[in-house]
Design a protein around this ligand. Structure first.
Ligand code: ADP
Ligand code: MG
Length: 599
C-alpha cells in the first residue's frame, strides 16, 4: 500500500497539470454546491495563489475534513450513480490531489451552522483545524502550487501562457452557467464582473461587443438529444481555434467528432483553415454517455455517436439557412450577400476569392514604374541578383529574358491564359511557361511588403469605415509586440477608450475587407513562432502577410489584364523562380519537352 500522500500526488499528476486545472476543479465544486456567486482571485497567473470563493451550501466540520480524503465525495455513492451524473464532480479526488501538491486553506460554513470551519493543509498534512466566524459558503485558497515538487513547478510556462489557460477555464465555466454571477480578480484588478444574464449576453460580456452581431441562435429538440446555443456567422470565422465550445449536460467537452459535424454544416461557407465561433449545449440522458474517460472529464463517449453527428449537423444547417447564411445560388457565381436586415454584408470577405472587387485601382499602384523594370529587364539588366535566395536564379531569369525578347519587340505581346482558375500558361517563342498564380502573388506581395518594412513607409489604404478588430483580449499583448512592424507595413491601428483596436488602414494592395483576417493570421503565426521571432522579425511578418494575402488567389478567376500584369510583375520581382517560401513558382517547357510529353 502506498502512503496516502504519495497516492494523492500520483493522482494529482493527472488531475492537476497547471494552475488552470485548480481553477477548473474549484469552480466546478462551487457550481456543484449550488452557488449563485463565484469569485476567482488569482495572483501571478495562479503560481502564487488561486482562491475561489462561493456562496454555496458549504460543508459541515466533518465533511470539510473528509473533503480532502481521496475518493471522498458527496456526489455519488454507488456504481449505478455513475450513469446518472448531474454534477461536475464525482470522483472525489480533486481536493485530495490539490492538497498534496500545494498549501491549501479552506473556510466553510453551512447556513444552519452558527460557526464555520477553517482547515489548513500542506502537502496532504493537516496543519490547522479550528472554528471561525465565516460567511455562508466556501472559500478555498491554494498557495504555491507544486512547491513540494520543484520539477513540476519549473515546468510551468510564462505567466501570460498560464493566465491564458486560466482564462480558458473561467470562460468555459462562465459560459455554461449564465445564471450564476462571476467575478475574476487578477493581481488585485477585477477583469471580469459577470452579472446573472442570458447566454447571448454572457457571450458578449466574455468576448466583447463585437460578438453581438455575429450570433445566430440554434435550437433542436429530439428524443435522443436536445441542442441549444449560438453559432457564429460564417464571415466571422477565424483562423485561430479556441472559440468553439461544446457542453454536454453543461460540462465543457472536447470532441473532434462533434466539431467535424459542425464544420461539415459550414462547408463552403468558410474558407479552409478558418473556424466559426460556436457555443453549443447538448442535453442528453446521462445513461447515454460516459464522461468517465479521463480524470479531467473533458472527453466523452456517446452510445450512439452517429445520431448525434447527424442531428448536430442538421441543426446547424437549419440555423444557417434560417438566417440566410447559406447562399442559394452557385457559390462560384458572384453572389452578392446581404444581411437579412438589408445592410450590405461584409460576407464578401469569405467569398472574397470570387468577388469582383475593384482591385484594379490597387493594382495600378503596384504597376507604377513597372515598365522601366521591364525595359531594363529586356536589356538584360536584371534586378539585383544579390537579393536572390538561390544562386541559379539569375541565370534562370536571364534565359527567360532571352526567350522573351526573342518572342517580340513589345513586352505585352505574349499570350496568357488561365487554367483551372489556378495556373497561367504563357506562350513563349520557344515553348510555354506554366505559372502557379498563388505562388507568383506570394513573391510579388512579399517584395512589396519587404520594401515597405525596410523603408518604413508602407502605403496605407485608409478605410472609409474603420473596422473594429475582433481579437481575443488575451491576444492584445501579442499585438502590442508587433505593432511597430505592422504599422510599417501599412496597417493603421488605433485604440479607443475601451481598449478596442480599430483598423483604420490596411497596406495598399490588399483587400479592405481582409484587414481583420490578415492581422489574425499574423497573430496566430507569431504565437506559434514566438520562440524565434526575434531575428528576421520583419521578414517573417512580410512573408506571413504575403502568404495570407495570396491565399485568395489559390483559385481565382483572373481578368486578362490581371493575368498579363501578374506575369509582368513576376518578372520584375526579385526572384521570379522561387516563392518566398522557397517553392518553385513556374516551369518552362520547351519544344523538345513538349514533344516528349506527347511522345
Ligand atoms: P468531487 O467534486 O469529485 O466530489 P472533490 O475532491 O472536488 O470531489 O470534492 C470533495 C467533496 O468536497 C465534494 O464532494 C463536496 O462534498 C465537498 N466540496 C468541495 N468543494 C466544495 C464547495 N465549494 N462547497 C461545498 N462543498 C464542497
Ligand atoms: Mg470536484
Amino acid at each position: 500500500m502506498l502512503p496516502d500522500a504519495i497516492a494523492n500526488q500520483i493522482a494529482a499528476g493527472e488531475v492537476v497539470q497547471r494552475p488552470a486545472s485548480v481553477v477548473k476543479e474549484l469552480m466546478e465544486n462551487s457550481i456543484d454546491a449550488g452557488a449563485s456567486f463565484v469569485q476567482l482571485i488569482v495572483k501571478e497567473a495562479g503560481k502564487v495563489s488561486i482562491q475561489v470563493i462561493d456562496d454555496g451550501k458549504g460543508m459541515s466540520p466533518q465533511d470539510a475534513l473528509m473533503s480532502f480524503e481521496r475518493h471522498a465525495t458527496s456526489k455519488i455513492s454507488k456504481a449505478e450513480d455513475l450513469f446518472a451524473i448531474r454534477t461536475m464532480g464525482f470522483r472525489g479526488e480533486a481536493l485530495a490531489s490539490i492538497a498534496s501538491v500545494a498549501q491549501v486553506e479552506l473556510k466553510t460554513r453551512r447556513e444552519e451552522d452558527e460557526l464555520g470551519r477553517l482547515l489548513r493543509m500542506e502537502a496532504s498534512v493537516l496543519k490547522e483545524n479550528e472554528q471561525i466566524a465565516a460567511p455562508k459558503g466556501t472559500s478555498i485558497l491554494v498557495k504555491n502550487l507544486f512547491y513540494n515538487i520543484p520539477a513540476r513547478r519549473n515546468f510551468l510556462k510564462s505567466n501570460p501562457v498560464e493566465m491564458r489557460h486560466i482564462l480558458d477555464e473561467f470562460q468555459r465555466i462562465a459560459l455554461a452557467n449564465p445564471e450564476i454571477k462571476f467575478s475574476l480578480i487578477q493581481n488585485e484588478q477585477e477583469t471580469y464582473a459577470l452579472p446573472v444574464e442570458k447566454l447571448g449576453k454572457r457571450i458578449v460580456d466574455l468576448f466583447g461587443k463585437t460578438y453581438r452581431e455575429q450570433l445566430a441562435a440554434c435550437e433542436e429538440n429530439t428524443n435522443y438529444v436536445s441542442i441549444k446555443g449560438y453559432v457564429g456567422r460564417p464571415e466571422y470565422a477565424k483562423k485561430t481555434r479556441g472559440e468553439q465550445f461544446f457542453f454536454v449536460n453543461n460540462r465543457f467537452i472536447k470532441s473532434s467528432y462533434l466539431h467535424h459535424a459542425v464544420m461539415s454544416a459550414y462547408e463552403r461557407l468558410v474558407p479552409e483553415g478558418t473556424f466559426p465561433f460556436y457555443v453549443l449545449f447538448l442535453t442528453i440522458d446521462p445513461s447515454h454517455i460516459d464522461i468517465n474517460v479521463h480524470p479531467t472529464k473533458t472527453e466523452i463517449k456517446f452510445d450512439d455517436e452517429r445520431s448525434i453527428y447527424a442531428i448536430l449537423q442538421a441543426a446547424i444547417r437549419k440555423t444557417l439557412s434560417l438566417n440566410h447564411l447559406i447562399p442559394s445560388l452557385d457559390f462560384d457565381a458572384n453572389v452578392n450577400f446581404r444581411n437579412p436586415s438589408g445592410a450590405p454584408s461584409s460576407i464578401s470577405s469569405f467569398s472574397g476569392a470570387n468577388s469582383p472587387r475593384p482591385v484594379q485601382e490597387a493594382w495600378k499602384k503596384l504597376y507604377e514604374g513597372l515598365n522601366d523594370n521591364i525595359e531594363a529587364f529586356e536589356r538584360g539588366n536584371v534586378a539585383d541578383p544579390s537579393t536572390n535566395l538561390f544562386s541559379e536564379t539569375s541565370t534562370t531569369i536571364q534565359s527567360k529574358a532571352n526567350t522573351w525578347t526573342a518572342d517580340s519587340s513589345s513586352h505585352t505581346n505574349f499570350q496568357v491564359i488561365q487554367i483551372l482558375n489556378k495556373y497561367l500558361v504563357v506562350t513563349l517563342s520557344g515553348g510555354m511557361l506554366l505559372i502557379d498564380q498563388k505562388k507568383a502573388y506570394q513573391r510579388i506581395l512579399f517584395d512589396q511588403f519587404s520594401e515597405n518594412l525596410v523603408k518604413k513607409n508602407g502605403v496605407s489604404q485608409q478605410l472609409l469605415f474603420p473596422q473594429i478588430l475582433r481579437i481575443n483580449p488575451a491576444d492584445s499583448v501579442l499585438l502590442e509586440e508587433i505593432l511597430v512592424d505592422i504599422t510599417d507595413l501599412g496597417f493603421g491601428l488605433t485604440k479607443d477608450v475601451e481598449e478596442n483596436y480599430w483598423i483604420q488602414g490596411v497596406p495598399a494592395g490588399i483587400g479592405e475587407e481582409d484587414g481583420q483576417n490578415l492581422l489574425e493570421g499574423i497573430l496566430e503565426q507569431v504565437k506559434n513562432e514566438a520562440s524565434d521571432l526575434g531575428q528576421n522579425h520583419s521578414e517573417k511578418i512580410a512573408r506571413i502577410l504575403a502568404n495570407r494575402t495570396a491565399i485568395r488567389y489559390q483559385t481565382k478567376k483572373l481578368l486578362s489584364e490581371e493575368m498579363s500584369a501578374l506575369v509582368e510583375q513576376l518578372f520584375a520581382s526579385t526572384n521570379p523562380s522561387y516563392s518566398p517560401n522557397g517553392e518553385i513558382i513556374s516551369r518552362q517547357l520547351n519544344e523538345a519537352e513538349i514533344g516528349q510529353l506527347i511522345g
